[in-house]
Every structure is written in C-alpha cells, then in structure tokens.
Write a protein that binds this ligand. Structure first.
Ligand code: COA
Length: 332
C-alpha cells in the first residue's frame, strides 16, 4: 500500500529521506550526478524563499520512502503555473508509485490555484526515458525540447585565445563589466528590465510562459538568500557606449559542490546583437570561474535545440550535448 504524505521541512530526517529518494530517482541511468547535493538541499529546505513556494511530498511503503515529488509554485510571476517533479528510484518503478506521487503534487498545485502544470524528463541523446511514456500516460503533452550541455572547464579554459580575437574584432564601443554576488546599484534597474524581457526572447516551444517580474527588491532578496545558502554568483553585463545595459549573464557555484557550476541566464537585448556580446560575457565569467574555483570540473547549461545563436556560442566555448531535456505541459 503506497501512502503519499507532505514532508515536514522542519524535520531533517523526513527531508533527508525525501532527498535520498529524489536523488536516486533523478540520477538513475544518467551520465552525471547534477542533482542538488544534500547539504544544499538541507539548508534550502530550512531557508524561506519569498519568491517560490516549494511543497515536498514523499511516498511511503510501510516505513520506507519509495518515491518523492515537489510542487514548485512561483509567487512573484506566473502565479498560475506549477513546476512538478516526480522521482522514483529504479527498484521501486512500475508499480504505481510515480502515479501516486504525481497525483499528490498535482493536488498541491490545484489547491494552490495553479492550472498550468509543467514537468521535465531527461532522455539520452537520440534515445528515450521512462519519463516520456509516463508523461503521455498522464496526459502531459511534449511542449519544448532543450539540449543539456556540459563544458569540461579545465580542458577548454586554455583554448579560448582565438575567441578573444573574434570578440575584439566585433565588440566596437561596447564593454563588459563583471561582479560577484551583488548587482551594482547603478545596474540593478537595467538588469531587472533585461530579465523581464527574457522569456519573450527565448524559444519556449508550446510552453505557456508569462513574463518574469523582477524588481530591485526581488534581486536583493535573491542575493541575500544565495549568500545564506553559500551560493556564489559570477555575473557580467555588456554595456553600450552610453552605459546602458545591452546584455546580462550569470553563472552560479554552490559551496556544497564546487566541482560543478550552473549557468543561469545569458541574454543580449535584440537591438544590441551581432557584436559577440554573449560570447564576450561568457568568456569573462568562465575565466573568473576558473580563477575563483580551480577545482570546478564542469559547467552545466540547457538551451532550446532551436536557439541557434546560443548553441553557436556554447559550441565555440567547448560545450557538448550530453542529454535531452523534455518539457511537458498540462493545462487544466
Ligand atoms: C517516470 C517515473 C516517475 C515513473 O515512475 P513509476 O513509479 O515507474 O511510474 P508508474 O508505475 O506509476 O507508471 C505509470 C504508467 O506510466 C507508464 N510508464 C512508466 N514507466 C514506463 C516505462 N519505463 N516504459 C513504458 N511506460 C512507462 C506506463 O503506462 C505505466 O503504467 P503501467 O506500469 O501500468 O504500464 C520514474 O521512471 C522516474 O523517476 N524517472 C526519472 C524522473 C522522471 O522522468 N520523472 C517524470 C517526469 S514527467
């Protein structure tokens, strides 16, 4: 008998059991373990996030946790959306655990007034994964495809000299500025403006996504929370000759696992494209990453298969496709 219950985030034993099942289900059969490390998950569960409501559920078979899920509900934009996660460790699959966990995370979402439900599955390049038939079985439609990419940082960091020449020939009057963790006061309005245009600028397939809604206060809240969790943000902006923001990019490293870095966002505003600003910002942050975290082995990113320019920049830096990210959607 499978019993799915909400996890008490204040109970570390419950959170640990939930994390273990999530981790084991998420990484099964995959080439890299990129799942949130325990130490970070533990701290994140105990640290309030005013911009996201996260509800964890665990499936019990007797006293054993056999599956886990999350309902991620944005609070500051897209408040009709819920991002659902369902994980079942391999030995527990094909006996209805996933279905029971999905029903529970959906119930949390609908009780929270959400009617656009989005879930993700990872598949090998050119192959399939259990998430696909599972999603289809539960009436989720494939809405977008992204490539999951990895850069072997130490291997490529020394080979970017030719890219500097390419940038120098095209950058004109633009310049790149960098910072760590805190967006400089004079750029924070520009960064919010850029982030709030981001969704409209990237290919999202059939996903129903509304614009983001960043304010300087939200940026500062996010920075404070990252500091509490030990996350370092290395960021850069491309500025035009008059000092206005033309592009923005960030990459994050968690103290709990400095061997990996995650790309957040890379964007160049449409009116400033064609000057290699995306490449210039990425070169800057990747070099800072190499200098600040010499043990960092891989950088992870995901972008739509059809995002031609971003794929070209990533290819130049040495990123390689390792898996497919499939995004499913059910609109109630
Ligand atoms: C997808 C996942 C959650 C399924 O968990 P599960 O406990 O095996 O799911 P269920 O037993 O409830 O399966 C329900 C139905 O989904 C379909 N299904 C699930 N896994 C399948 C597989 N490997 N091949 C074909 N169909 C599958 C079947 O229709 C199945 O019904 P059936 O067993 O009566 O044929 C699990 O494989 C997993 O954790 N994968 C990694 C994370 C992931 O992809 N999450 C889902 C994102 S949408």
């Amino acid at each position: 008998m499978i019993d799915v219950r909400q996890v008490d985030k204040c109970d570390e034993t419950q959170v640990r059991d939930w994390w273990q099942a999530s981790h084991d289900g998420a990484v099964a059969g995959r080439p890299y373990d990129t799942y949130t490390p325990w130490e970070l998950a533990r701290q994140a569960a105990a640290t309030d996030n005013p911009d996201w409501d996260l509800v964890f559920v665990a499936a019990y078979d007797g006293g054993r946790v056999v599956g886990a899920g999350v309902t991620n509900m944005p609070l500051s934009d897209n408040t009709d959306h819920a991002y659902l996660e369902v994980y079942v460790p391999e030995p527990e699959r094909r006996r209805g655990v996933g279905t029971a966990v999905l029903a529970a995370v959906e119930e949390v979402a609908t009780s929270g007034g959400r009617n656009v439900l989005v879930a993700e599955a990872i598949a090998p390049v050119g192959g399939t994964s259990p998430g696909e038939p599972f999603a289809a079985r539960h009436s989720y439609a494939l809405a977008n495809r992204e490539g999951f990419k990895v850069l072997d940082l130490p291997q490529y960091a020394g080979s970017w000299g030719a890219l500097d020449e390419h940038v120098a020939a095209r950058i004109g009057d633009y310049r790149v500025v960098e910072w760590t963790n805190r967006v400089p006061d004079e750029l924070v309005d520009g960064v919010c403006g850029a982030l709030n245009r981001f969704i409209g600028m990237i290919p999202t397939g059939d996903l129903e996504m509304g614009d983001l809604n960043y304010t300087p206060e939200r940026i500062r809240r996010r920075e404070e929370r990252a500091a509490r969790l030990g996350t370092t943000g290395l960021a850069g902006a491309a500025l035009s000759a008059d000092g206005s923001l033309a592009g923005y990019h960030d990459v994050f490293v968690d103290a709990a696992r400095t061997s990996q870095a995650n790309i957040g966002i890379t964007m160049v505003l449409p009116e400033h494209r064609g000057h290699s600003l995306g490449l210039a910002m990425k070169l800057a942050t990747h070099r800072s990453l190499r200098a600040r975290f010499p043990d960092c082995q891989i950088v992870l990113t995901g972008n739509a298969d059809v995002n031609e320019h971003m794929n070209a920049v990533n290819g130049q830096l040495g990123y390689r496709l390792v898996e497919q990210i499939l995004e499913f959607q059910k609109v109630l």
